[in-house]
Design a protein around this ligand. Structure first.
Ligand code: ADP
Length: 798
């Protein structure tokens, strides 16, 4: 086309306004035309068909699709020059027409013709271009279009091949533009972009946008689909499950459904009003749920728990003191005072007519029969017995349960014990109440306080059940190894009954009367004659156990009988005698070294008497001095109270130095060291006299008598004050063959607890002051002139 021609307006052509359509060059598109004006335009175009057979016309989009009879201003003036390929009048008066876009054209004037628009136009010339320039751009566009087609299900994939063959950039842009589902303004803008390069760029941008949208759409679609598939599957399976269960599985042996069973159970139980209402609600909830769903399991669990509790189901008490005495005597040897206290307690209950009042608490070392006493109390009352261990409990929720909102929540130990007991008035033994600890998860002792409080425990509320349960009929008995770690408020609710350890003779009797028959039977040797000699049992006590109670003794006896049982199986028909030699053969190398005391009197070495949770111990205390600056070193596994007590001992020795014949300068030039061997932790002030004696001996170089043991707290002024655990300490001293025991005079009243046979062999010296201790314990040649210097200071009055 020459430039001359370009400037010359061409012959005007009829205009066909298009609703919501932009016709691109090279596009062939069917149109249904109904408006009279448009049909007239088409007819005119056909009528003017040229010699080349082309029925040319102009096609331009309306600015608004709704406009029925657009004015020249309401159509875009950038149009497409096209031709009618085919025209087909339809019976209803409208026309179906196939048009083909030929090139871009700009409308430059509207001629006053009726009944259609006739316009002057000029073709839009595209800058000539070679594919080489557009190589990169075209490739990018083609690749993007490929991606687009892959995502867009509405475009036939064959189109892709067609597009790949197009070499003309302008044509490529227009072909793709036709197939993009763009909004009219975007399409029009594409049409109006004359430069093919710019048009390709714009297309590229539009496609990228479309691709993003398509990707998101695809993601959403697949997610929705998956979700739908899953719910449909679950629904289907659940329905099927229900149907199957309805057919067979749902019914129990007696032909009832699970729900019916629960309902029957509920009817049979005497639940509290609150609990009954709650159960009805929960069962109803369960009915509505899919039986295999996770929620149903939770609900069913809860219902099972509540229905398994002994609501109002009580055993009948038989409070009969004589009967109780018989049971206690049958099960336990000795323990006279303890049994008496228990019987007194029961007598009061008998008079009052119900069990109320303080809670019994047995305190003593392991293996002395605390648990089995509790069991006997239950037996004598005809009540069920459960043991609930509190050792290591540190979370309130262990007592009271977790709320049901927690996954895997369970009721606390109290409710679990009641379920185990199967009665609402059992004896519950709270074992090792002193081994409870508290931390950030809450204080279990606070929960326990509520459990033990008769004012509050009729409405005990477990977090899991979230229902009040009446604990007021339960009899609680506690056990502990030591008192001092029981929280004070708990102690206030308890009646403490102390059980000290057993002497060797007592252990022997317990073994003979209770443990040996029990173990013989337990190991299937009831009908075989097995005789354990006294020396045999004593060997077990002395060389294989080291305890205040009889737990290890029982274990070792069990071991003896197990081994004997093997021999019986191997052919030994008895009678079997287990003496000392046989014991050692059966049990192997003795575990406990022979208890022996040092056999020479030593300087700075004192036998102290200590009390631990495992009973009494003899504690060898050593002291020594060495050149230094007056420092005190205390070593051993010690707690604070013991260290302070050591300090007090040193202070006392220093204030008394002159009278003890020690020069003042000694403490400036020497260090002192006190040591407590042994790996178990030691605490308490009762080693005061021991340390003072050891120090004085070490400094004055006077030996300490080896057959003396001592216990007592001291004050700075040298008074000896009382201590605890006297019985256990005396037992330990006796065990080690000590003959003299020095104790505070104020402990005189506790001597009654020490068994007579031990009191008769021990020489027990009661003292008020450390001076008396020294006089008794140090190996003095002339005790009367021990305080030889400083006679001007009067001796402490005693
Ligand atoms: P604790 O609870 O004090 O640690 P246990 O009650 O478990 O001790 O007692 C350990 C074993 O020793 C039990 O088999 C118990 O029957 C037995 N036992 C303890 N003291 C006696 C006793 N005085 N008479 C008979 N058996 C006893």
């Amino acid at each position: 086309m020459s430039s001359h021609l370009e400037k010359q307006p061409l012959k005007p052509l009829p205009l066909l306004p298009l609703r919501d359509i932009v016709l691109f060059p090279h596009e062939v598109r069917p149109l249904y035309v109904g408006r009279e004006k448009s049909i007239a335009a088409l007819k005119e175009a056909m009528a003017r068909k040229g010699a080349d057979g082309k029925a040319l016309l102009l096609l331009s989009a309306q600015k608004k699709a709704k406009t029925n009879d657009p004015t020249p201003d309401e159509v875009f003036h950038f149009a497409t020059l096209g031709q009618v390929v085919q025209l087909l009048p339809l019976p209803d008066g409208t026309v179906k027409v196939l048009v083909e876009g030929l090139s871009r054209a700009r409308l430059i004037g509207f001629l006053p013709t009726e009944p259609y628009f006739e316009c002057d136009y000029e073709p839009v010339s595209e800058p000539p271009s070679t594919p080489a320039e557009f190589e990169a751009l075209m490739r990018a566009v083609q690749a993007t279009f490929k991606a687009f087609v892959e995502l867009n299900k509405r475009i036939a994939p064959e189109l892709m091949q067609q597009v790949a063959l197009i070499e003309d950039p302008s044509r490529l842009a227009d072909t793709i533009g036709v197939h993009l589902a763009l909004k009219l303004p975007d399409k029009q803008a594409l049409l109006e972009t004359e430069s093919p390069a710019k048009r390709l760029e714009k297309l590229y941008e539009l496609m990228q946008g479309e691709i993003e949208i398509l990707k998101v759409e695809k993601k959403i679609r697949s997610r929705v689909k998956k979700q739908m598939e899953r719910t449909q599957k679950e629904y289907y399976l659940n329905e099927q499950m229900q149907a199957i269960q309805r057919e067979l599985g749902d019914k129990g042996d007696d032909g009832k459904t699970e729900i019916q069973e629960l309902e029957d159970k509920l009817k049979a139980k005497k639940l509290s009003k609150e609990a009954h209402a709650r159960m009805k609600k929960e069962i109803k909830k369960l009915k509505m749920m899919g039986p295999m769903s996770a929620e149903a399991t939770v609900v069913r669990n809860y219902i099972d728990w509540v229905l398994s509790l002994p609501w109002g189901e009580e055993t009948k008490d038989k409070i009969d003191v004589e009967e109780a005495q018989k049971v206690l005597d049958d099960d336990h040897f000795g323990l006279e005072k303890v049994k008496e206290r228990i019987l007194e307690y029961l007598a009061v209950q008998q008079l009052v007519g119900k069990l109320k009042g303080p809670i019994l608490c047995f305190v003593g070392p392991p293996g002395v029969g605390k648990t089995s006493l509790g069991r006997s109390v239950a037996k004598s009352l005809g009540r069920k017995f459960v043991r609930m261990s509190l050792g290591g409990v540190r979370d309130e929720a262990e007592i009271r349960g977790h709320r049901r909102t927690y996954i895997g929540a369970m009721p606390g130990k109290i409710i679990q014990s009641l379920k185990k007991a199967e009665s609402a008035n059992p004896v519950i033994l709270l074992d090792e109440i002193d081994k409870m600890s508290s931390d950030f998860r809450g204080d279990p002792s606070a929960a326990l306080l509520e459990v033990l409080d008769p004012e509050q425990n009729s409405t005990f509320n477990d977090h899991y059940l979230d229902l009040d349960f009446d604990l007021s009929k339960v009899m609680f008995i506690c056990t502990a190894n030591s008192m001092h770690s029981i929280p004070q408020p708990l102690q206030d609710r308890m009646e403490i009954i102390r059980i000290a350890g057993y002497t060797e003779d007592e252990k022997l009797s317990i073994a003979r009367k209770y443990l040996i028959p029990k173990q013989q039977e337990a190991n299937g040797l009831k009908d075989i004659k097995v005789r354990l000699t006294t020396l045999g049992v004593k060997t077990i006590i002395r060389r294989y156990t080291r305890e205040s109670g009889v737990r290890s003794l029982e274990r070792e006896l069990a071991s003896v009988f197990r081994k004997v049982a093997r021999e019986v199986i191997a052919g030994d028909k008895g009678p079997i005698v287990v003496d000392r030699r046989r014991t050692k053969k059966l049990l192997g190398v003795p575990r406990v070294p022979k208890d022996k005391n040092e056999n020479v009197d030593q300087i700075g070495m004192v036998n102290g008497l200590a009390w631990t949770e495992f009973g009494g111990e003899v504690l060898h205390t050593e002291a020594t001095t060495m050149p230094g600056k007056g420092k005190l070193i205390v070593t051993g596994v010690l707690r604070d109270v013991m260290k302070e007590s050591a300090q007090a001992a040193v202070t006392w020795v220093r204030t008394r130095a002159r009278r003890l014949g020690i020069e003042d300068a000694f403490f400036e030039k020497n260090d002192m060291h006190i040591h407590f061997p042994g790996a178990f932790p030691k605490d308490g002030p009762s080693a005061g006299v021991t340390m003072a004696t050891a120090l004085v001996s070490a400094i004055t170089r006077i030996p300490v008598r080896r057959d003396v043991a001592m216990t007592g707290e001291i004050t700075l002024r040298g008074r000896v004050t009382p201590i605890g655990g006297l019985k256990e300490k005396c037992l330990a001293a006796h065990r080690l063959g000590i003959t003299t025991v020095i104790i505070p005079r104020e402990n005189k009243k506790d001597l009654r607890d020490v068994p007579k046979n031990i009191r008769s062999v021990l020489r027990i010296v009661m003292v008020d002051t450390v001076d008396e201790v020294l006089r008794e314990a140090l190996k003095l040649e002339h005790p009367e002139d021990f305080f030889r210097t400083s006679p001007e200071v009067s001796p402490t009055p005693s």
